[in-house]
Design a protein around this ligand. Structure first.
Ligand SMILES: [Zn+2]
Length: 645
C-alpha cells in the first residue's frame, strides 16, 4: 500500500516508530553529496555527488513539491552546469519531455558509481555575509523511489571562518555546536527525505546559543547576521526565546526531534523567511528585528510559529500533505489545521513566552480579525477553498486581493481555533481547553525522533470529542466549508473582548508601523475608512471591493498625486480623512494610472478607523487565560526522553 494512503490508526504509530530509521540500513551504499557554498556570497552553490548505480537506464529527479511550501517550488530552473561522469567519461543525458524535473541517462556496463556535478543559482536567502543551504536546491536522486528509502550522506564546505548551524548530526556524532570551518564538514548518513528537512544556516557573523538547558532534548538558536553586532542577541530576547522552549514543552508535553535548532538570519537583503522542519526551522527577519522590544514586535510570533510546526505540520500532517516523494502533488484541504492552528498556537506561545505582551497579542489579533472581516471575497469563496487552492494563492499580486482572497486559512484558522478553545473553556467551566487537545493530537505516541504521522478530518473530530463531546463535525464544516460573509469573531467575544474601531491605530500597530524596515514601504492604512491601502511612496496597493474608494472607481496600482489640492503624503491623506468627518464634500484625489491622470471624489465622512479589541466588563476574560504562561507550573510528567533517539 502506498504509505501516505494508509489511514491513521493508533496501533500504527508504533510500527512507524520501529521502521522509520531502520530503513536506511537495509539499503545499498548512500549517495555522497558535498555542497560547496564557497561562492554563496556570489549567489552560487555547487554540488558534487556520487550515486551508486547499476548498468542500464537511470532516471534521476530533483524535488518539485517542497514540504512546507505547499506548492511546486522545486528549484529546477536554478539548476545549471549539470555534468555526469563515470569512470572518467562524460555521460550524455536528456531531460524528460513531460516531467522537466527528471534527467534520463544510460549507465554503461561495469559502472557502479555515477558522479554528478551541478551548480545552483540562489537568488533568495543569501547575502554577502550569510546563506541558508536548503538541500533540495542541490539534490539529484533516483526517481520513483520513496525518498525516505534513499540513503544519503551529506557534507558541506562553507566560506573560511563561517559558522554552521544545523540539526544534522556531525559524522563523529559529537557535541554541538558544529565548529566553524573553511574545510569540509561531514555529517552522518541520513535519507533524502530527512536531508531535505535539514537545512544549514552559515554565516560570517555566526553565534549559537543553548536554550533552556534543563529541558531535554537540547534546543539551540543559531544566528547569522549581516552586521557583526546583531547576531549577539540581547539577553532579554534570548530569555524570551528560552521561555518559548519552556512554554512549548509545557503545552505539547512531547517532542519529535533529537535536537532542535531555531535557525535565524538577520539581514535586510537576504529576504524574509519562515520555513518549518522537524528538527529545525528557517527564520529570516530584517537585520534589526531583534535589536529592541519595539523592533521585535512585528515578527514576534515567527519563531513560535515555525517551532510549533515541528509538532503541527511535521509530526502530525494532513494525509493529503504528505507524499512519499517530492514529485507527487500535495493537497492542501486541511491547511486550516496545518497552518491555521499553527498561526493560533504561534501567537499564543509568543505571548506566553513574553515575546509579545498580552495586550500586544490582543492588538495583533484585532488587526488580523478586522482584515478578515473586511475581506469581501469571503462572499463567494470559502476558507476551505483558500486552502485547497493554496498553491495558486501564495505570492499573489495585491491588486483586488481582497475580492480574490489570499491564503486566508492562516488567520481564519486562528479565529476558528480561538472559537474552539473558548468554547471548550466555556463548556467545561474553564477546566479544559485546546491545550488538552494538543496533548492528545500532537503528543500521540509520546516522545519520538523525527517522524510523520498523517491524520484525517475524522481523527481531528475524534480527538476534539475526547476533550469534550460536542458536534464538532458541524462546528468545523460551518466555519470552514461554508460561505461566511463575516469573520468568525465568536472566540474573541467569548474570550471577553469585542472588535471595535478607533480613530487611532492601536499601540501595537503604531509600533509595528514605526519600526517596519524601509523595504516594507509602509504607508497609510485607510482600509477601514475609505477602503485603500497606500504605500509610503503613494502607490495604491489595493482597493476594498464595494468600499468608498471602489465606488469612486479607483484602480489598484494607481498613484495618488494629490489630496484635496495638496501634494500626496501619508499625513496629508490621513488629515483629509479626518477633516471630512461629518461634512458633505467628498475627499478629492488626483490619481495617476499608467500615463493617465484623473480625479476621484470619495464620498466618505466617518473619519479614520483602526481595529482594536475592547474589554467587555463582567464577562470571563478567557483571552487573558489563554495567553498566560504555563511553564511556571510544575511539569505534568517527567521530561525523560524515550523513543528512537
Ligand atoms: Zn506555517
Amino acid at each position: 500500500m502506498h504509505w501516505s494512503r494508509r489511514s491513521f490508526c493508533y496501533a500504527a504509530i508504533f510500527s512507524f516508530l520501529f521502521t522509520t530509521n531502520a530503513g536506511a540500513q537495509n539499503q545499498k551504499a548512500p549517495i555522497q553529496i558535498t555542497a560547496d557554498l564557497s561562492d554563496a556570497p556570489r549567489k552560487l552553490f555547487h554540488a558534487e555527488a556520487d550515486l551508486p548505480v547499476t548498468a542500464g537506464p537511470l532516471a534521476l529527479i530533483t524535488p518539485k513539491w517542497i514540504p512546507g511550501d505547499h506548492r511546486p517550488t522545486g528549484p529546477v530552473d536554478g539548476i545549471t552546469g549539470v555534468v555526469f561522469t563515470a569512470n572518467g567519461q562524460t555521460l550524455p543525458w536528456r531531460r524528460d519531455d513531460v516531467d522537466l524535473y527528471e534527467f534520463h541517462l544510460t549507465i554503461p556496463a561495469g559502472v557502479t558509481t555515477l558522479h554528478a556535478h551541478l551548480d545552483a543559482i540562489i537568488l533568495t536567502n543569501v547575502s554577502p555575509k550569510l546563506a541558508y543551504l536548503e538541500w533540495d536546491k542541490l539534490m539529484l536522486y533516483p526517481a520513483n523511489v520513496p525518498v525516505r528509502d534513499i540513503p544519503i550522506q551529506p557534507s558541506v564546505i562553507v566560506p573560511a571562518g563561517w559558522g554552521i548551524g544545523t540539526a544534522l548530526t556531525p559524522v563523529s556524532g559529537g557535541a554541538y555546536p558544529v565548529p566553524a570551518s573553511g574545510s569540509t564538514t561531514h555529517f552522518a548518513v541520513t535519507n533524502v527525505e530527512q536531508l531535505e528537512d535539514s537545512p544549514i544556516l552559515t554565516g560570517q557573523y555566526f553565534r549559537e546559543f543553548a536554550l533552556a538547558p534543563e529541558i531535554s532534548p537540547k534546543h539551540y538558536i543559531d544566528v547569522a547576521s549581516d552586521i557583526a553586532e546583531d547576531s549577539n542577541l540581547r539577553p532579554e530576547a534570548l530569555a524570551e526565546i528560552a521561555n518559548l522552549v519552556r512554554e512549548a514543552d509545557a503545552l505539547y508535553r512531547s517532542h519529535h526531534y533529537n535536537q532542535y535548532h531555531l535557525l535565524l538570519s538577520l539581514s535586510d537583503t537576504a529576504g524574509g523567511l519562515g520555513l518549518e522542519h522537524g528538527q529545525s526551522s528557517e527564520n529570516g527577519t530584517a537585520e534589526k528585528a531583534f535589536s529592541d522590544a519595539d523592533h521585535q514586535l512585528g515578527d514576534a510570533d515567527l519563531l513560535a510559529h515555525e517551532f510549533t510546526h515541528s509538532w503541527n505540520g511535521k509530526y502530525r500532517r494532513p494525509i493529503g500533505l504528505y507524499q512519499a516523494d517530492f514529485a507527487t502533488a500535495q493537497q492542501g484541504a486541511l491547511l486550516w489545521v496545518y497552518e491555521g492552528m499553527t498561526q493560533y498556537l504561534g501567537n499564543i506561545l509568543a505571548a506566553r513566552s513574553g515575546l509579545r505582551s498580552q495586550a500586544q497579542y490582543r492588538d495583533v489579533l484585532a488587526i488580523s480579525a478586522a482584515n478578515l472581516d473586511y475581506t469581501p471575497g469571503r462572499e463567494w469563496r470559502s476558507t476551505e477553498d483558500t486552502a485547497v487552492a493554496a498553491s495558486i494563492l501564495r505570492d499573489g499580486n495585491p491588486a483586488w486581493g481582497n475580492w480574490k482572497r489570499g491564503q486566508d486559512y492562516y488567520d481564519e484558522g486562528e479565529l476558528l481555533w480561538l472559537d474552539a478553545d473558548t468554547l471548550i473553556r466555556k463548556m467545561t467551566n474553564n477546566q479544559k481547553s485546546l491545550d488538552d487537545f494538543q496533548k492528545i493530537f500532537l503528543g500521540k505516541g509520546g516522545n519520538t525522533g523525527p517522524l510523520v504521522i498523517t491524520y484525517t478530518f475524522d481523527e481531528l473530530v475524534r480527538d476534539l470529542n475526547e476533550v469534550v463531546p460536542y458536534d464538532w463535525v458541524t462546528f468545523l464544516h460551518d466555519r470552514v466549508d461554508k460561505i461566511n460573509p463575516r469573520a468568525d469573531l465568536a472566540g474573541i467575544e467569548r474570550g471577553g473582548y469585542k472588535l471595535v474601531y478607533a480613530d487611532k491605530p492601536n499601540p501595537s500597530e503604531t509600533i509595528i508601523t514605526a519600526n517596519a524596515p524601509p523595504t516594507a514601504n509602509v504607508g497609510v492604512n485607510a482600509w477601514y475608512s475609505i477602503g485603500l491601502r497606500v504605500s509610503a511612496d503613494s502607490e495604491i496597493k489595493d482597493v476594498r471591493w464595494n468600499g468608498p474608494a471602489d465606488k469612486a472607481k479607483i484602480v489598484p496600482g494607481s498613484k495618488i498625486i494629490a489630496v484635496n489640492g495638496q501634494v500626496f503624503s501619508p499625513d496629508v491623506l490621513g488629515a483629509a480623512i479626518r477633516d471630512a468627518k461629518g461634512k458633505s464634500e467628498p475627499i478629492r484625489l488626483i490619481v495617476q494610472l499608467d500615463n493617465f491622470v484623473s480625479i476621484a471624489d470619495i464620498d466618505y465622512h466617518d473619519g479614520e478607523r483602526y481595529p482594536v479589541l475592547q474589554r467587555v466588563e463582567g464577562t470571563p476574560a478567557y483571552l487573558d487565560d489563554i495567553t498566560k504562561p504555563l511553564a511556571s507550573s510544575p511539569p505534568a510528567q517527567p521530561k525523560a526522553t524515550t523513543g528512537n533517539q
